[in-house]
Design a protein around this ligand. Structure first.
Ligand SMILES: NC(=O)c1ccc[n+]([C@@H]2O[C@H](COP(=O)([O-])OP(=O)(O)OC[C@H]3O[C@@H](n4cnc5c(N)ncnc54)[C@H](O)[C@@H]3O)[C@@H](O)[C@H]2O)c1
Length: 300
């Protein structure tokens, strides 16, 4: 049974995944090549513990390391959470394949890069142990993890990943083709939301209000395909006939995103994105999100 993991990259997701695994009794090696990020990781993980009411002691099960080989040499499962850059991940997985025993499973938390591309240069035996384990932020609160089977990932690797994630209290889903599901669904909605604002039909506040005050309220108990069954497939087909020609099908990001970047409207970090933010309203939104997730996951 898997009980030791290495997490690669002590950033937002890596710290959160390390916290989750340690809080579920696993020994964690947390590898981070940059001193500043590595030295900051422990305090960040402690503040995660305090935000969600986990005991601080779980951090004692985490070893912080700047040595890749020592971090991954004797663990059952590696979870990579390094930056979303394809060449970086390909190089990292080539190293991991070389320096880990052939029984070690190699997971990637990549958001959108296909698993088969990350494992492209590996031989079949090594590619068979590479699997997508796509956590959502924050990983210690969002239950779902997408377990993505690459073209050469073995079923045994998928099953081991699902077992490990269940041990960590997660709800894994097996994606049988090399694609992401949650981000495709989410960004189909974002593309439409941005296009509606860009068209002048409605402002950002209006779009977000429409979502939050209508189907967003129903989603936790009535997901889209359940909803299609509820209204009936015939109505669903009739609506699609009329609405689909209206929908945005751009293959590139909407130009207003570049215009916003060019004018410094980069989002919460600059105080202005689609909405206006002060440090206080941004902090309040983050706090509200944590409290909401604690509530809907039954932790408070
Ligand atoms: N941020 C999210 O909401 C989110 C959600 C799901 C998945 N992801 C994915 O998780 C991965 C990490 O995202 P993040 O938001 O935690 O990024 P991040 O920038 O916060 O963290 C990445 C960490 O990796 C370190 N790093 C840099 N080069 C490295 C290398 N060669 N080897 C190991 N570590 C290295 C960085 O110093 C940093 O600490 C990405 O693939 C991202 O797409 C992110």
């Amino acid at each position: 049974m898997t009980s030791s993991v290495a997490v690669i990259g002590a950033g937002l997701m890596g710290n959160g995944i390390a916290q989750l695994m340690a809080a579920h009794g696993m020994n964690v090696m947390l590898y981070e090549p940059f001193d500043d990020a590595r030295h900051a990781a422990k305090d960040k993980i402690l503040s995660m513990c305090s935000a969600i009411g986990d005991p601080d002691e779980c951090v004692d099960r985490i070893t912080f390391s700047g040595d890749l080989e020592a971090s991954v040499g004797s663990v059952d499962f590696v979870i990579e959470a390094a930056p979303e850059k394809i060449e970086l991940k390909q190089e990292l997985f080539a190293s991991l394949a070389d320096i880990t025993p052939s029984s070690t499973l190699l997971g990637t938390n990549s958001s959108v890069i296909p698993i088969s591309r990350i494992a492209k240069e590996l031989d079949d035996a090594d590619a068979a142990r590479v699997v997508g384990v796509h956590f959502w932020n924050p990983p210690y609160l969002v239950p779902l993890v997408e377990v993505i089977q690459g073209e050469r990932t073995s079923l045994e690797t998928v099953e081991s990943a699902m077992r490990l994630l269940r041990m960590a209290g997660k709800d894994p889903v097996h994606i049988k083709k090399d694609t992401v599901v949650g981000n495709r669904l989410q960004h189909a909605l974002w593309r439409e939301a941005v296009a509606l604002v860009a068209s002048g039909a409605i402002d950002a506040e209006g779009v977000d209000t429409v979502i939050k005050k209508s189907f967003g309220l129903r989603l936790p108990v009535l997901a889209p395909l359940e909803n299609a069954d509820l209204v009936g497939i015939e109505l669903t087909q009739d609506v699609h006939r009329v609405v689909f020609p209206e929908l945005c099908n751009d293959l590139e990001p909407n130009p207003i995103l570049q215009q916003m970047l060019d004018s410094g409207r980069t989002g919460m970090n600059s105080g202005q994105g689609f909405h206006h933010w002060t440090p206080e309203t941004a902090a309040a939104k983050r706090e509200l999100l944590t409290r909401h997730l604690l509530k809907v996951t039954g932790r408070t």
